[in-house]
Design a protein around this ligand. Structure first.
Ligand code: PEP
Length: 254
């Protein structure tokens, strides 16, 4: 049975004070042994990573970054390397989020380099894939997802997925309040496993695949009840400690 994983993507939100309060709320509730068989990952903005790491010490919760440089090191002003993240204690990194694809023009080639570099330095990537609203309406969702996955396999080899998690995030559901129905999400998750099966059958059944896109306390249980959904990547709702805890409860009670 695959382990449940729930990741909080705080995006570019939170003052130092708000981060303190949020962590306080999460730490007290999520350090409970009930959650010890699941992985819970908090992804603050870079500037808050170190303080969150310190505050979560001994809690069992993990910390991740929301992005990473595609370069290992060197003259890349303003960038943060996978090695730096691993060095301070980060375990996860979100790669290929649709907001980075859209606003920072990241393409599959850059994303593949980020995946390779992150895995090399021991981070677990949470690799995001997903279609736009118009792609879904045109009926090309599977084609889009398959291209995103195959481009990584071709650039990095399928083994990169042995050390990664995938997040299916339909772009039309991110931050919009629209959620894929459990059946829509399940169909794409099963398709992702099917894509990987062509390369490595065992890996395709073992890999953790998260759903992301307006997950909240109300819809989490029905999404997490689906056979191929192993947890969630949660944006807006993760900024509310009580709601995020309820989402984690939904994952462990599945
Ligand atoms: C995300 O940005 O990864 C996300 C899933 O956001 P939200 O939950 O707000 O839709």
């Amino acid at each position: 049975m695959r382990q449940k994983l729930i990741a909080a993507n705080w995006k570019m939100n939170g003052s130092a004070l708000q981060v303190d309060a949020l962590i306080e709320g999460l730490r007290s509730k999520l350090s409970n042994p009930r959650f010890q068989n699941s992985k819970i990952v908090i992804c603050p903005s870079y500037i808050h990573i170190e303080s969150v790491l310190v505050k979560l010490q001994g809690s069992g919760l993990q910390v991740g970054a929301q992005d990473v440089s595609s370069y290992a090191n060197g003259a890349y002003t303003g960038q943060i390397s996978a090695q730096m993240l691993a060095d301070i204690g980060c375990k996860y990194v979100i790669i290929g989020h649709s907001e980075r694809r859209q606003y920072c023009f990241e393409d599959n080639a850059v994303i593949s380099k980020k995946l390779i570099t992150s895995v090399y330095f021991g981070l677990t990537p949470i690799f995001c894939v997903g279609e736009t609203k118009s792609e879904r309406e045109q009926g090309v969702t599977e084609e889009v997802i398959s291209k995103q996955i195959v481009s990584v396999v071709e650039a990095c080899g399928v083994d990169v997925f042995a050390k990664a998690t995938i997040a299916y995030e339909p772009i039309w559901a991110i931050g919009t309040g629209l959620t894929a129905t459990p059946e829509q999400a399940q169909a794409v998750h099963a398709f992702i496993r099917h894509c990987l099966q062509a390369y490595d059958r065992e890996l395709s059944s073992k890999i953790t695949i998260l759903y992301g896109g307006s997950v909240n306390a109300k819809n989490a249980s029905s999404l997490f009840a689906q056979q191929d959904i192993d947890g969630g990547l949660v944006g807006g709702a993760s900024l509310n400690a009580e709601e995020f805890v309820q989402i984690c409860e939904a994952a462990v009670n599945r």
